[in-house]
Design a protein around this ligand. Sequence first.
Ligand code: SF4
Ligand code: SF4
Length: 403
Amino acid sequence: MNKKSFNRRDFLRLSALAGAGAVITPGMSAQNPADISIGNENVFPMRKLGKTGIEMPILSMGVMRADNPNVVRAAYNSGITHFDTAHGYQNGRNEEMLGNFFKDKPRNSFTIATKGKFPYPLKDSFEKDYTDLLNLSLKRLQMDYVEIFYTHALDSRESTDDITNPRITNLLKQFKSEGKIKHIALSTHAMKPEQIDAAISTGIYEVILLSYNFKMPNLEATNAAIERGVKAGIGFVAMKSMVGGVAGAPGSAPTNVNGQACLKWVWENENITTAIPGFDNFDKLEDCLAAARSPKLTTAERDYLAMLDSKNMLFCQRCGKCEKQCPEHLPIPELMRAYMYAYGYKNAGLSKETLAELRLGDPASLCSSCKGSCRVECSLQYDVAGKIAAVTPVLNVPDVLLS
Ligand code: SF4
Ligand code: SF4
């Protein structure tokens, strides 16, 4: 780990903190929102992001679930410099919130990543549609460029081909040459090392955002692929590090995991530049900051992670076993992800977004061909049909009622 420390006082943004310098603790409200920060020591290990020239703390903010700009403010004032959003999060409000927050901040005091999805197979209008998507994201963010632009959630069987598809790579190169994005990137939940190799083969991808956690079934192969990627100059960012909590019965509340232990496990791999946990309140931010300020796993935390080895988590391991078992060819890993968002993250809006993108048709008709007898034998012993039945009703909830 790079021993160089980061101190927010080194940054131009300090001007925003001049004055009272109030520090709030969780549950308290600051008199002046500009002063909100968590803790007194904004000192974290820093790592370089591949060959991008960007150096950032090992802890970044996944903004996905946050809708309170004061949590963003607290993260920023506490030393976090990288903020990760996406075109689709909160139907665009997530990007708008960041745009409003950062519009008066020095542009070199933070970096932004956003992401854009495109449907399979590519439509004739892909180039125009994807350009419109990026332009709208920049407008919402009130920025001329983003540092990192990810092709979002390349998770399907076809997605490895999309990584090398010239229509996609040429458009990404065009975005970069136009100055709208500084670095070309891709994001994936699929946990397929071959995707990393496909990205390396193109020579254009500079950053990969990937699911990375202590429960991964193919850790050795993934770490080897990451190593190859690092040698090729690619920077790696970790998500889904907290595995969504410990699985319970369908519809029951999962048990949260020790997020600090999960994050510290990720940071043990020095090829991972930063992690983007999706904290949305001051308590979770404080938890993540405490981990980043003292990132070495303790013996107790190692024992805890070892104990969880035998437990099922809400994070589908994408082993692919169910793909051929389901006669309706349902996108079961994506449905399990939607379930995790609803019951693990408690984010029904994100769950609905995820489900809507799957274009499932009438949710009430799903699984009808099996007449109550699910044929999927999940590697994690998930009650797949039960989870599908528990999550799909969210599609019928009006957006106005969802966060
Ligand atoms: S069998 Fe279970 S763990 Fe494997 S991909 Fe399907 S839902 Fe996920
Ligand atoms: S019940 Fe199971 S096997 Fe049948 S359609 Fe649903 S998920 Fe597929």
